[in-house]
Design a protein around this ligand. Structure first.
Ligand SMILES: Cc1ncc(COP(=O)(O)O)c(C=O)c1O
Length: 356
């Protein structure tokens, strides 16, 4: 909880549920940043970046890792490293890579995206994946890569299981394809499913995960994969301008994120379920409580007369921030700064403003 600008003379309570990206670095992160040993990372000489990359690779069960500026950059350099111009990538039509990354791999790398329907649980039907793989034919692009998102942001933050990933792996092996996992929130998936993150990505050739979301670091993501793949991704990072220098000041916060902030994600998941439970029987709102597995809650507004912007604006004036994600859809994401009490306060206000 934080304090918003004053309303009259009274301090207004502010509960920011727009995203887990609004999290601020913890005191331990700030200390680690201030004391970080640094060097020129483009020369491979930043000891703190090197330590973070080794730690990330170990946690994800991969040979090597690369520190990048953002999740978007992690996905972009992964696609550029896996695919050449004209190659085709299969990905979900609600995936972040397809929806929210400006089609970067097409714009910058000539990679051809083929979107397949995401099911409400974030998976793509495996039959449809297999049917989409192109036969060898002069008319067709070459299918190279399958992208899977876990947890799936636009599919209620659902966690995809290792059983599902095995099915994806079987298809990839049959057709000599690579798999990239956009695991921006892979540790939320691991905590929700009670399995190690490395197990969830064991079928993947590459994984991106973010430090700057639920793990509360200020900046940065990691790409993990084989040593050869990471060398290619490192080249791609350089050409998109992502070679950073004394980046150890950022990596230091990332090390704290990996060492101290994963186990507590369960608190965000419990709070998200609390919020969904409080809102579920509200007239004017529809919340699918069954779909809330991690830290994301979507609310669909059932009254035709009001837009989500309208409702979000009114809530914001009262100190509760939600993100409009469609003309009649709002999203709340619990995070490190949100207490059980904040959830109760936000739910009361949402019921007042958006409900009946
Ligand atoms: C699933 C997913 N992938 C990738 C990203 C991109 O991360 P960034 O904002 O660090 O570029 C996000 C951001 O919200 C995300 O939710």
């Amino acid at each position: 909880m934080t304090e918003a600008p004053e309303k009259g003379n009274k301090k207004m309570r502010k509960v920011d549920l727009r995203s887990d990206t609004v999290t601020r670095p913890t005191p331990a992160m700030r200390r680690a940043m201030a004391e970080a040993e640094v060097g020129d990372d483009v020369f491979g000489e930043d000891p703190t970046v090197n330590r973070l990359e080794a730690l990330a690779a170990e946690r994800l069960g991969k040979e090597a890792a690369l520190f990048v500026a953002s999740g978007t950059m992690g996905n972009l350099v992964s696609l550029l490293a896996h695919c050449g111009r004209g190659d085709e990538v299969l990905l979900g039509d609600r995936s972040h890579t397809f929806f929210y990354e400006q089609g970067g791999s097409a714009a910058l790398g000539g990679v051809h995206p083929r979107s397949l329907p995401n099911q409400p649980d974030g998976t793509i039907d495996l039959r449809q994946v297999e049917e989409a793989v192109r036969p060898d034919n002069i008319h067709f692009p070459r299918t190279r890569l399958i992208v899977i998102e876990n947890t799936h942001n636009r599919c209620s933050g659902r966690a995809l299981t290792s059983e599902y990933m095995r099915g994806v792996g079987d298809i990839a092996r049959r057709h000599a394809l690579k798999i990239h996992v956009d695991g921006a929130r892979i540790f939320n998936a691991a905590v929700a499913l009670g399995v190690d993150a490395s197990v969830l990505v064991s079928e993947a050739d590459s994984v991106t995960f973010c430090l700057s979301k639920g793990l509360a670091a200020p900046v940065g993501s990691l790409v993990c994969g084989s040593r050869d793949f990471i060398s290619e991704a490192r080249r791609a990072r350089k050409v998109v301008g992502g070679g950073m220098r004394q980046a150890g000041v950022l990596a230091a916060a990332g090390i704290v994120a990996l060492e101290q902030m994963i186990d507590r994600l369960v608190e965000d998941h419990v709070n998200a379920r609390r919020l969904a439970q409080r809102l579920k029987d509200t007239e004017g709102l529809s919340v699918d409580t069954g779909s809330v597995q991690t830290n994301i809650v979507y609310m669909d507004m059932t009254y035709k007369g009001r837009s989500s912007n309208d409702v979000a604006g009114q809530l914001a004036r009262e100190g509760v921030l939600l993100l409009p994600t469609g003309p009649r859809q709002l999203r709340a994401v619990t995070n490190y700064h949100i207490s059980q009490d904040d959830v109760a306060h936000a739910a009361d206000l949402i019921l007042k403003v958006a409900g009946g």
